[in-house]
Ligand binder design. Sequence first.
Ligand code: LLP
Length: 403
Amino acid sequence: MNYKNSKFYIENIPVKKLVRSFQTPFYCYSKSRLNENIKNFNKNFEKTKPLICFSVKSNSNSKLLKIIKNNGLGADVVSLGELQKALKVGFKPSKIVFSGVGKTMSELDFAIKKKILLINVESESELKNIISLSKNKKSLVNVGIRLNPNVNAQTIGKISTGRMQDKFGLAFKDAIKIIDKYKNSNSVRFKCLSVHIGSQILSNVPYQKMMRVVNSFLEKVSVNFEYIDFGGGMGIDYANKKKFDFKKLALEINKFSKRNECKIILEPGRSIIGNTAVLISKVIYIKENLKKDFIILDAGMNDLIRPALYNAEHMIIPANKSNKKSKKEYDFVGPICETSDRFLKMKKFQKLNEGDIVILKDVGAYGYVLSSNYNVRPMPKEVMVDRSKTQVINKRQSIKDLI
Ligand code: LLP
């Protein structure tokens, strides 16, 4: 995805051409970027060869999941719907892990029936439910214990998961107690210790701290885990600011796995899918105001909620670069009746006109999956480009569907 002769291309197709075929706003993915990301991820961790379970919550498009599965990855799911989708796409149960603080009896029952690799347990009550279900089935269920390592991931508070005040996982002492209490159960086997400290993490320091906590946990606990699941969270470079150092993390994880003689699971979402897509949108109106100029787009917070929800910054670029020198300061907003329906303020943007096409970058993770029908607006289409071919991988809802 890049400019050629001032025109933005997704693989071999200029955005302007895509807009002639598809009504804006729509998500557009690059298949080769997705394949490349997976290849790079594997390469970074080639020494450890972890089981990489793609975090389905970050993007659950079936066509994309199929590509991910065909690259040999497993799936990390957090609901019955995600689990069923992953199975339908063809992920092997032996490569599926199930996390989440609120798994219901019917979700647990289904997961046990399907004999997935792991259910990552987040409370004693959940473990008791698993035991009672497995007793009925006379089966031995493989579980992971999710530890809350009390580590600050140094990311946005709303996407931190590994601090004591966060709802996820079991506290150090509680996890030890529970393992001691149930380690001889005939119904569950503690196969894994799992941690996940947050998302969009850009520093290695929180991972190092997390590994130190896990190491001291392993010294105190009375079982040997076959797997350690370090979750996901590796951040991407949204605003040309900072890149996550994968090589460093890979080195440390490799050291860890050798020292502890265990297999590793990783659950990346954003780092696999985040930069594979853009949201293509049209300028409906330009509203010049005493204070600033608003660019009113046809995409709104129902199409991409990350800026409104987390103050996330998705860079905005023009589909066609102009060679004119004049630059403006613009506030890019959506059409929805909420002040928070606002994407980004950009200084020194090329002068835009109504009808121009702009591109919101890096929307592949937590983009479409968080879209909604707010204001009775149909959810956008998803399109994938594979070299010179386009494929609609999710059709746009129609207003009729919503009425
Ligand atoms: N594993 C578990 C248990 C998780 O809870 C998550 C994400 C992941 C893996 C994948 O994390 P990733 O590699 O994608 O950072 N909606 C927010 C992000 C929420 C993340 C939730 N958990 C956003 O748009 O930034």
